[in-house]
Design a protein around this ligand. Sequence first.
Ligand code: NDP
Length: 335
Amino acid sequence: NRRWTLAERPKGRPDDGTLDFETGPVPQAGKGEMLLRTRWLSLDPYMRGRMSDAKSYATPVEIGGVMTGQVVAEVASSDVEGFETGDLVLAGSGWQDWAVSDGQGVQKLPPVERPSWALGILGMPGFTAHAGLLKIGEPKAGETVVVAAASGPVGATVGQIAKIRGCRAVGVAGGPEKCRHVVETLGFDACIDHRADDFEDQLKQACPDGIDIYFENVGGRVLFGVLPLLNPFARMPVCGTAAWYNNAGLPDGPDRSPLLMRTILSMKVRMQGFIIFDTFGMDDYRDFAKDMQGWIADGKVQYREHVVDGLENAFDGFLGMLDGSNFGKTVVRVG
Ligand code: NDP
């Protein structure tokens, strides 16, 4: 049984010392277990996170442990009800030839022409694109959707679903060959090379009506190029920040954006900007007024004012309010 185990937690980009490639005996399946032979192993960006013990939504691989990963495997022998020798299954065997399973979390695959697609377009990455775009992005016909890693399993699917929903799909990818594929084969309206010197200008030209949905896959320069082009009420499904996965730490200087984006993603934070009278209407206002008058009358809400006497003192009162020398809502008693 050949297997990749975690030798040490990488600082920055993983290197030769990060994993060990070991060979050992094929494991034996016992009572109520089955033996799985890996046919296809999925490699995904999240695995970089599992090498690290930084705070995350998932537990890291232990030092010495087999690298985690989803596989398509063939059942080599089975004492698990519902699974027979020769079945193809989706399992979490990790980076190894053989694994023993009690059937927990193992999914039988129907006979298909391309079983490996269960690791991509028909599996986790495809599902990520579909749910992230449709449920969080809420695309509407005519809107512009931007997604990076556009030739990869998530991005390629996001853009194609965006097209199916009548949107303008603009991809970002690394290099002219990927960009050509994204436009000519996947049918995106445009694709920009994020390594181009004038990436930001090209992106702007590809999005003449601004950006309504930015499906965040990478962070970094792409994110910063997108920000000035976002339209009011744009949506941003925060899916991944692949550009930063190999960073050894936060960048020098005041830029904390990798931490911000990682926190939004891993804590599933819902963050929405709003400008009160742009975002909400008279119905919302009436709800507010009714609630608040009731709460004040019932003594459930307290209120404090900071009164500045005389219009001539308004400017001092204003500066004081910004500095914090007010205590409560600042108002000027004018007359
Ligand atoms: P890919 O197979 O597309 O691989 C990642 C790609 O990211 C690279 O191939 C590269 O493509 C691109 N990339 C890397 N560095 C940069 C950079 N500095 N600037 C721009 N692009 C860069 O990945 P997936 O489709 O599997 O995943 C896409 C994203 O979705 C990842 O961030 C992943 O972590 C995330 N994800 C999140 C899930 C979730 O539940 N939140 C589930 C699944 C995936 P290129 O050459 O085009 O630059």
